[in-house]
Each structure stands twice: as C-alpha cells, then as structure tokens.
Design a protein. Structure first.
Length: 254
C-alpha cells in the first residue's frame, strides 16, 4: 500500500507541468496571434494606402478622360457644323449646276434656231442688192428735199413772227387805252391786260431770237421735228393774239 502510495504521490507535479505546458502553448499562441494580427494590420494599412493611391489615380484618369471627352465633344460639334456647311454649299453647287445646265440647254436651242434661220434665209442676189440700193437712194433724195425746204420754212416763220410783232405793237396804241377807259375798266383790269400784252410781247421776241439764232448740228429728222414744234408754237401764239385783238376790238381785218 505504501509503495502504492509512494508511486501515486508524484501525480500532482505531472498536472502542474501540463498546465505550464498549456500555459506556454497558450502564451505562444497569443504571441503568434499578435504577430499575425500585426502583420494583418500592416497589410490592411498597405492595402488602404494602395487603394487610396489607386483611387487618386483613378480620379486623375477619370478627370483626364472627362476633359478629353469634352474636347472630343467640342471637336465633334465643330465637325458637325462644318459638315452641315459643306452640305449646304454642296446643295447650292448642285442648284447652280442645274441652272447652268438649263441655261446651256437654252443657249443650244437658240443656237440651233439661229442655224436653221440662217440656213433657210435666202441668199441675196444682185437684183435684191440693186433694189436695196435704189431704196437707199430714194431715202437720201427725200432727206435732201427735206433739208432744202428748211430755209423756206424758216423764212415763212420769220415773216409770221414779224407780222405777229407788228400786230402786238399795235395793241399799245392809245386808241386801245381810250377804249378801255371808256368801257369803265378799273385799274386792276388794265394792269392785267397790260401784263398779258407784255408777256406775249416777250414771248414772241424770244421766238424771234430763236428763229434768227444759228441752229446746232441736227439730223434731218430732228431738224424737221424742231421746225414742226416752232410752227405749232407760232400757230398757238397767233391764235392767242387773235383772241386778244378780238377782246380789245383791234382786229385789223375789221
């Protein structure tokens, strides 16, 4: 029994050693855990730093991409405007081309028509040429006759103007004044009549000066028209003078 007790006494130290070993093992595990946690914390910090750097790089790349995209958008807008302008110019060019083609076709048609007319036109013969020459000679002869009649008409116009001036001067005779006073005309009527006579007197003196002036170089047609105009004015003045003489009762034909 004693031996048995002696053999059983050392059991408590065995329990203590196991506890110590467990403690040592536990302490070692905690250290390893701490080391692992430290390494993990370090890796997490490194990961955060890397992520921050990557995010900053991503933001920089995104900003650069946005700026590049904006520039590309502006360039696309400019290119679109340029394309629209070129399209409009192309349309205008097409319209101008169509108008040019139409004008060209019209010119070709007119040219073909002129060619047909030229081909169908009868050739001039010596007889036709002689007839045309005779017509020109007749026109020249009529022009010469018209020119030769100009001095006669001028002389007739001068005579008519001289007669008109003489008849105008007779209006100023005292007999007219006495008749006007006897008929009871007032001062305004007399002044009006005198002004009328003076106006006609000045008018016919001007016509007389025009008739005696040197005519400028004119064509026969212009000269005949000018003489016709003078003749009409002279007739108009003569009519006015006759009316005035009838009004004043100084008509020499009575």
């Amino acid at each position: 029994m004693s031996e048995t007790n002696g053999q059983s006494n050392p059991s408590p130290p065995t329990t203590n050693s196991s506890d110590e070993s467990e403690f040592l093992l536990t302490s070692g595990g905690i250290g390893e855990i701490k080391e692992a946690l430290g390494r993990l914390y370090k890796k997490v910090n490194e990961l955060e730093i890397n992520q921050k750097a990557e995010r900053a790089q991503d933001r920089a790349e995104l900003k650069a991409w946005a700026q590049t995209n904006l520039i590309q958008t502006q360039l696309i807008s400019k290119q679109t405007a340029a394309i629209e302008l070129l399209t409009q110019e192309l349309k205008n060019s097409e319209n101008s081309k169509q108008q040019s083609e139409l004008h060209r076709e019209n010119l070709l048609q007119e040219l073909a028509l002129l060619k047909n007319q030229l081909q169908n036109m009868p050739k001039s013969s010596p007889q036709i040429g002689s007839v045309e020459l005779k017509g020109l000679k007749a026109e020249i002869l009529s022009l010469r006759q018209a020119l030769s009649s100009i001095p006669t008409k001028l002389e007739q116009i001068d005579k008519n103007q001289s007669g008109i001036e003489t008849r105008l001067l007779s209006i100023e005779d005292r007999k007219i004044i006495s008749q006007i006073e006897e008929e009871g005309w007032n001062y305004n009527s007399w002044r009006k009549a005198g002004q009328t006579a003076l106006v006609f007197l000045i008018l016919f003196f001007i016509l007389s000066g025009i008739g005696s002036a040197i005519f400028p170089a004119r064509t026969p047609a212009d000269t005949m028209a000018y003489l016709q105009e003078i003749w009409e004015r002279t007739g108009w003045a003569n009519t006015k003078l006759q009316r005035l003489e009838k009004k004043f009762r100084t008509d020499p034909t009575r």
